[in-house]
Design a binder for this molecule. Structure first.
Ligand SMILES: [Zn+2]
Length: 251
């Protein structure tokens, strides 16, 4: 299988030879993922998707933004919360730097779901206006809607199954604890859920409950499987490849 083209492994001459002007930037988080998944799950997932798409398309992938906005997960140790305005500035500067060197199309792959979206949107909009570049926000939750996997939670079967594919060595199956996703007033976590009428707001109170109940899990990771992980991962990677091929076609 072809290898990912990582920006940090290229020389400046390699970058100068890049003709398509497209680059992928994975972003994730370092936050608690229950007792059975590692803190870096969101970043690892974004990196795996981005690197696989890079290998298949030949488009380079920039070093990831490991940290995300995770105020609600601070109730459990190891979580690192970066203020969204800092993340916005950081992503903007990465795009600004690379746009000086000929990159025009930036594909941001988000592994931290809806919580990272607001600051990515702000950075992307500013970059588009100021730098005359295109920024595409690729979010696996949106890219996998047609699989109808049911409600998203946290450290549930979708994340756990995908980690079984990309980092099976880090999934502690003996530590899996379920926690039934609670029906909340007008809000059901999953944007594809027709009942979801309120936008997401990170909640420290809710996470405190979940920490006591399940060690930070929201959902049923006991339903995880390698088959589900393969199906989901392959679907998301192929949607990202499709987007990159589309950009190549219209640029
Ligand atoms: Zn996660």
């Amino acid at each position: 299988m072809k290898k990912a083209k990582k920006l940090e492994e290229l020389t400046w001459e390699d970058v100068e030879r890049e003709e398509e002007g497209i680059i992928i930037i994975p972003v994730g988080s370092v936050e608690q993922h229950g007792r059975h998944l590692p803190l870096g799950t969101d970043s690892m997932v974004a990196i795996a998707i981005a690197e696989e798409a890079s290998a298949r398309t030949g488009v380079p992938v920039a070093p990831p933004l490991w940290y995300g906005w995770s105020p609600h997960h601070m109730v459990l140790p190891g979580t690192v919360n970066i203020r969204p305005e800092v993340l916005e500035e950081l992503l903007y500067d990465i795009i600004a730097s690379l746009s000086e060197h000929g990159f025009k199309h930036f594909v941001v792959v988000n592994g931290h779901r809806v919580v990272n979206i607001p600051w990515i949107q702000l950075a992307a909009y500013r970059a588009k206006e100021d730098l005359n570049v295109n920024v595409y926000i690729f979010d696996p939750a949106f890219a996998s809607k047609e699989l109808k996997l049911g409600r998203m939670g946290h450290a549930e079967e979708i994340e756990t199954s995908q980690m079984m594919v990309i980092r099976p060595d880090l999934v502690r199956k003996d530590k899996i604890v379920d926690s039934l996703v609670k029906e909340e007033f007008l809000y059901h976590v999953d944007p594809s859920d027709p009942r979801d009428t309120l936008c997401y707001l990170p909640s420290r109170e809710r996470m405190e409950e979940l920490a006591k109940e399940s060690g930070g899990v929201n959902g049923t990771p006991s339903k995880s499987s390698l088959e589900l992980g393969r199906k989901y991962h392959e679907h998301v990677v192929s949607r990202l490849v499709e987007l990159i091929e589309h950009i190549k076609g219209v640029r």
